[in-house]
Design a protein around this ligand. Structure first.
Ligand SMILES: O=C(O)CCC(=O)C(=O)O
Length: 330
């Protein structure tokens, strides 16, 4: 990152890097993404399915490819297919695991050792929008954090993000094709946006058109969404999220846990690539039933916690009432 890039990222919450991928990398990834498209779209509502841990998202799990796919429609009309853990599905995607040029940026934005905490393919059809989300005051996991220099002015790294999003364009994405859109500076806002989920209703929202091979780096704290795709061409992009190694998955498919890596994908990776991912789980642990059990266990834990909070609030109330009754009597 040079001084201009650093300044831009801090000020706006994102950075657009042109030509980060080579033409060969773009062609390789796009061809795999296109070859798998029909399979993802035609099976998305098939069994086996599971619900995400923290949202109501319903995933189809493809055991052979090691992917979890859901269909999203945020009110724009056309569908969007999001394929989680796509890195498993084709060796053509191995290039994204520890991509050297990408890491030059990510290393400055987050603490090493780094891990991939979510990987998605997004197919966005005509009419589709991605509802606007994030921005403003937010949980600490997604909060934008700047590292002030030491008293002598020295510094190792200027940023301390717990989620660095990287979005790669595999073909040109003009404004009409529904690029990522963002509200510059919203990562520092102290108020929630009052403009709802439709990107077109937010005055500060700007689309970020891209050329094939470009990458966008952004803090998850930035208010963002997907501009409407008004072209017949499906918008195809790759989304990877990097985080310090101790941060859990940032995807609803395995929120807070580990991303899925198949033994086949693991066998293909170099030692360096493996350092960005957890080792493969036994196949039973990846089964949707296991995911459903995990979700229910998390819910039970949540309800137990709520229950104990309510019980202590009740106890406090009852203590106050007893005190009041005593005071009234005396
Ligand atoms: O590209 C889009 O349409 C939205 C992407 C997004 O929300 C994300 O990468 O977090």
């Amino acid at each position: 990152m040079d001084d201009r890039e650093r300044y831009h990222f801090d000020l706006h919450g994102y950075l657009h890097v042109t030509g980060l991928l080579t033409q060969q990398e773009v062609a390789q990834a796009l061809s795999a993404m296109e070859a798998l498209e029909h399979r993802f779209v035609s099976t998305v509502h098939d069994e086996p399915k599971y619900d995400s841990l923290n949202t109501r998202t319903e995933y189809h799990y493809d055991a052979e490819l090691g992917t979890s796919t859901y269909e999203a429609n945020h009110g724009g009309g056309g569908p969007q297919y999001v394929v989680d853990d796509f890195l498993n599905s084709d060796p053509a995607f191995d290039l994204f695991v520890g991509h050297a040029k990408t890491l030059e940026y990510v290393r400055e934005l987050a603490e090493s050792p780094l891990r991939i905490v979510s990987s998605e393919l997004r197919y966005r059809h005509r009419g589709n929008i991605t509802g606007t989300h994030m921005g403003g005051p937010i949980d600490s996991r997604n909060r934008y954090t700047f590292v002030p220099p030491n008293s002598d002015g020295s510094t190792n790294r200027h940023f301390d993000l717990l989620a660095v999003r990287v979005l790669y364009a595999l073909h040109d994405v003009p404004v009409e094709n529904g690029p990522l859109c963002i509200v510059p500076g919203s990562h520092k806002s102290n108020f929630q946006s009052p403009y709802g989920k439709d990107p077109l209703q937010e005055p500060g929202m700007i689309p970020l058109p891209m050329a094939a091979g470009d990458a966008l780096f952004f803090t998850e704290n930035l208010r963002h969404g997907g501009y409407p795709n008004v072209m017949d061409r499906v918008r195809k992009t790759v989304h990877i999220c990097y985080a310090p190694a101790w941060v859990g998955s940032q995807s609803p498919a395995h929120w807070g846990g580990d991303v899925f890596v198949t033994p086949e994908a693991w066998a293909r990776y170099s030692e360096v690539q493996r350092s960005f991912l957890p080792p493969p789980m036994p196949s039973g642990a990846r089964h949707p039933e296991q995911m459903a059990i995990k979700r229910l266990t998390a819910q039970v834990e949540y309800l137990r916690e709520k229950n104990s909070q309510l019980a202590s609030a009740l106890e406090q109330q009852s203590r106050k009432r007893t005190l009041l009754q005593r005071l009234l009597k005396s």
